[in-house]
Design a protein around this ligand. Structure first.
Ligand code: G4P
Length: 536
């Protein structure tokens, strides 16, 4: 098969949602359709959740939340689908944001009872930053939710994106009868059933088909009215607008009941993009470019506790990746060869000989990778767009076992390389501070430091508001910072100066007194001058 047909076969995407909207359930159902797992009917939904193919980290099992991002690859209707799973919990949002840099499109799940929630908005902002195409799945139609028109309105206003329903539900909750496909003129009958895998679909000849009247009786007029209203309010679906991230098609269904899922998957395959081009420090790289390139968006240690291995997840962006070939690690300026690259099906990994744009390859890593690293066939550019956000919670590291200082250092080094947290070292005093997005990450860190490195730590409270990367040209530009706020100055792992303000006031004063310096609340791994506001 030619490299172009390999590329066109691939769909690399992520499912995102506010926790509990149904991301895990939908993921399981997609895997079910693809034949990648056979769990329908055999397992109750909470059991599915506990043994979810993507839940493989020990701590994740204990807490029932998705901490680690995993990659699920399956074949469906002549496509190779790479689903990059993301943690649902908001304390691990940064992991999700990074994973979104490695996908080509996204399915956003919204709960019809709760509508657009806090995390839905934040995730959507991240998608908007790089114009990722989004399909919206309004879930849990079997529950008494908001009126569909109201939901559509809320999606458009809160997510700042044009929406276009491709299907429309008839009734909701106990009155939910099924979903009308506006473009195909067909109706899928709802049946409360967690085990079936095909929806019963009837096709009509337009909204005036007498058959429609026979089936829906009094409800027909309401359906017709709603569809007319939709056609009047929303622009027609335009695939180009969707691919540019300007318009989001909307589907309705119930993941738990396997309803509307197949339609979603089929439409996704039909409209979503093949691997897209990406920006680097020296221009655009196209998937069809001959020369291989890719970047590391995630690093994970010890997926398999028996082997204590560490794996870097590499997204292939151009050319063909081959096992046993020497590649160039740009940051280290070093040639590396990968003897045993792998692909994933959650816990199970299998060796691969080659991979194409869109694929995610797992590379065994003995400490040579950091998030954002680029690997090429010799070119020395770096991929752009991999964000690092200002953490929101900071704690001082306290070593509880002085005999294990080396292990602690190594553990912190490795876990922060993975992006689980960020390390800041005080310029004066050498104090080590860990910054995270949410409290839960401290517990994960404590657990992993003890279980994987034998290091016992405590994290001490610290008065802090937010961290800002300081961009400046000479010490004279930050004279006030150096003189009056030196105890709030730290270095991150890339030796970039960071100001951890202990209050909004301290930040405002610092900005005022050091007008030539730039204070950034987010930067890119490979671009020090990049800023994203209002996301983290
Ligand atoms: P998440 O990954 O986005 O956090 O959500 P998840 O799939 O775990 O779903 C959250 C809850 O919503 C689960 O119930 C799940 O069964 C339920 N759910 C998902 N899709 C639907 C749907 O279409 N209809 C209805 N009624 N419920 C749905 P739970 O009680 O938290 O867990 P469980 O005991 O059911 O597993």
């Amino acid at each position: 098969m030619s490299i172009n047909s390999e590329i066109n076969k691939r769909k690399t995407f992520g499912i995102i949602s506010h926790p509990d909207a149904g991301k895990t359930t939908l993921t399981e159902k997609l895997l079910l359709y693809s034949g990648a797992i056979q769990i329908a009917g055999a397992v109750k939904s909470n059991k599915i959740k506990k043994t979810a193919a993507s839940d493989f980290l020990e701590i994740e099992k204990q807490r029932g939340i998705s901490v680690a991002t995993s990659v699920l690859t399956f074949e469906y209707k002549n496509h190779k689908v790479n689903l990059l799973d993301t943690p649902g919990h908001k304390d691990f949002a940064e992991d999700t944001y990074r994973t979104l840099t490695a996908v080509d499109s996204v399915i956003l799940v919204v709960d019809c009872v709760k509508g657009v929630e806090e995390q839905t908005e934040k995730l959507m902002q991240v998608c908007r930053m790089r114009n990722t195409p989004v399909i919206i799945f309004v879930n849990k139609l079997d529950r008494e939710g908001k009126d569909p028109i109201e939901i559509l309105d809320e999606l458009e206003s809160k997510l700042s994106i044009k929406v276009r329903p491709l299907t429309y539900p008839l009734g909701i909750g106990s009155r939910f009868k099924g979903v009308y496909n506006i473009y195909k003129n067909s109706f899928a009958f709802f049946e409360s059933n967690k085990t079936k895998i095909e929806d019963e679909i009837q096709t009509f000849n337009g909204l005036d088909d007498p058959e429609l009247q026979r089936i829906f009786k009094d409800e027909t007029e309401k359906l017709k009215g709603d569809i007319e209203l939709i056609d009047g309010i929303y622009d027609d679906f335009n695939i180009q607008e969707y691919l540019k991230g300007n318009q989001a098609p909307v589907f309705f269904g119930s993941a738990l009941n396997n309803f509307g899922v197949k339609e979603l998957l089929d439409s996704f395959l039909e409209i979503s993009s093949a691997p897209i081009e990406r920006e680097t420090t020296s221009g655009i790289v196209k998937p069809t470019d001959k020369s291989f390139s890719g970047f590391v968006f995630k690093i994970h240690s010890n997926l398999d506790p028996k082997h204590r291995d560490r794996i870097a997840f590499l997204r292939v962006c151009s050319g063909k990746f081959e096992r046993n070939k020497f590649y160039y690690q740009v940051r280290l300026n070093r040639e590396l060869k990968f003897v045993n690259p792998v692909t994933f099906m959650a816990q199970s990994k299998s060796s691969i000989d080659e991979a194409y744009p869109g694929d995610v390859v797992g590379l065994y890593d003995s400490g040579q990778f950091k998030i954002g690293d680029t690997i090429t066939e010799g070119d020395s550019f770096m991929f752009k767009g991999i964000p690092r956000f200002s953490p929101e919670v900071f704690r001082i590291v306290r070593n509880l076992d002085p005999f294990k200082s080396k292990q602690l250092e190594k553990g912190i080094q490795y876990l922060t390389d993975e992006g689980l947290a960020q390390l800041f070292t005080q310029e004066l005093g050498n104090r080590k501070v860990i910054g995270v997005v949410g409290e839960l990450q401290f517990e994960v860190m404590k657990y992993r430091l003890l279980n994987e490195y034998g290091a016992k730590v405590d994290f001490l409270h610290m008065n802090s508001f937010k961290a800002f990367w300081v961009v400046y040209n000479s010490d004279a530009e930050i004279e006030d910072l150096l003189r009056l706020r030196s105890d709030s100055l730290y270095y991150d792992k890339n030796d970039q100066l960071v100001f951890i303000a202990n209050s909004q006031y301290a930040y405002n004063t610092a900005v005022e007194k050091n007008p030539k310096a730039v204070f950034l609340s987010a930067i890119e791994h490979n671009d020090k001058t990049f800023s994203i506001d209002n996301v983290a």
